[in-house]
Design a protein. Structure first.
Length: 411
């Protein structure tokens, strides 16, 4: 009883200090801009249903802005809608449509500048140039938003969720479709991306640049122009994500370029042109992932070294592993390969004969893509059989010394 009494006193004190200002055609205040001007830090603006066309709304005080039944803020294809330069802001339950499009200025539905402790929750974005744009901000939560765009070319659209020079950002359970990049990080640190769905974006579902010590888990990246790119970055954790049907001449499930000291585990790569493409990357651990029905499961360039590729499942891929070099500078061990034809006499579930995951035909296709026309021909079968007996083109010591006899169960 005593605890409940104290809580009631605290709530009444807060209510006395913070006002709720209704905004709508039937209210005393009909414009959001006027309500922002009237409000004091800590107040709540309750936006009634309707369509609000007010140009760019600039917010420089700590306010809570709540929408009732998704009121629409229309940028009329000319304006940025919300520009926020304040701490402790909450934006929830609004629908943003039709921002302006500009080749120089990054116009956004919500732009956050040099702000902290902001929450952007349960909003809808339709036909916005940039959806949510953060710059020089920290401790921000972006959760349960829906961002949809339908531009036909990259220059007509920006990124769904765009972060520049931020830290401690949480991006959780959002759906992003039809943008240039679904989620974009540049100079972002110590941030978390979880349970998002990024689909049908023109370039990447997720794009990292110079962004260290970040983590993304349980996301789905599907049908994007080139999948996911993590570039010039170190100490990234990528766990339990799905990379699905990122298909095209330059498409990857996951592109790793100049990546260091990162951990990639529990992910599913299915029906991609290339599951993982690695270039100039070192000291990464790729473990407990599933590669299924990809064109190339793993392209490992000669510029990569000291990576560990262990205990993964490779099943029904056209090519499991290809490389453009002859030196073996990475550890490939204890993976399951569905093409492995060895035996296990001592019944320890590990093959007694090492496995060569690189085929002669795969090496030829890597050097001459036109050779893919010979796929499934009898000549290809003869080439691969001959290469297994006397390796000539494939790296002789690129082997898995302990291939698993059965696929791993990662569930």
């Amino acid at each position: 009883m005593r605890t409940g009494f104290v809580i009631a006193i605290i709530i009444s004190c807060l209510s006395a200090k913070a006002a709720v200002i209704p905004v709508g055609l039937q209210e005393r205040v009909t414009r959001i801009k006027d309500a922002v001007a009237l409000a004091k830090p800590g107040d709540t603006l309750l936006i009634r249903p309707g369509v609000y066309r007010e140009g760019n709304i600039i917010l420089q005080k700590s306010l809570v802005i709540l929408g009732e039944s998704y009121p629409v803020l229309d940028g009329e294809n000319q304006y940025e809608i919300f520009t926020i330069h304040a701490d402790g802001v909450v934006i929830q339950g609004l629908k943003f449509i039709n921002t302006g499009v500009a080749s120089i200025n990054d116009l956004a539905a919500i732009k956050l500048l040099e702000s902290s402790r902001v929450r952007i929750l349960q909003n809808k974005f339709d036909n916005t140039f940039f959806g949510i744009y953060l710059a020089n901000s920290n401790h921000v939560w972006i959760e349960e938003n829906q961002l949809q765009a339908e531009a036909e070319a990259e220059h007509q659209i920006g990124n769904g969720i765009h972060l520049w020079k931020c830290d401690h950002i949480t991006i959780h359970n959002n759906r992003v479709e039809g943008h240039r990049d679904g989620i974009y990080f540049e100079f972002v640190t110590s941030s978390l991306i979880t349970h998002n769905h990024s689909e049908g974006n023109m370039r990447y579902g997720l794009h990292f640049m110079f962004s260290h010590k970040n983590e993304y888990r349980n996301n789905t990246f599907k049908d994007n122009g080139a999948g996911v790119a993590v570039m010039y970055t170190r100490e990234v954790t990528m766990v339990n994500n799905s990379f699905i049907h990122n298909w095209g001449p330059s498409a990857y499930g996951l592109l790793l370029k100049d990546i260091r000291d990162s951990f990639i585990t529990g992910n599913s790569f299915a029906e991609n042109s290339v599951g993982i493409f690695m270039e100039g990357s070192s000291r990464n651990k790729i473990q407990h992932n599933r590669f299924n029905q990809n064109g190339y499961a793993l392209k490992l360039q000669a510029s990569c070294d000291d990576n560990e590729i262990i205990q993964n499942n490779f099943q029904q891929n056209t090519f499991d592993l290809v490389t453009n070099g002859s030196l073996v500078l990475n550890k490939i061990e204890a993976n399951y390969w569905d093409r492995y034809e060895g035996y296990d006499l001592n019944k320890d579930k590990t093959g007694d004969v090492p496995y060569r995951p690189i085929s002669m035909y795969g090496t030829i296709v890597e050097r001459m893509p036109q050779a893919i026309l010979l796929w499934r021909s009898f000549l290809v079968l003869l080439l691969d059989r001959a290469e297994k007996a006397i390796p000539v083109l494939t790296p002789e010591n690129l082997i898995d010394p302990l291939p698993a006899m059965r696929p791993y169960d990662f569930n």
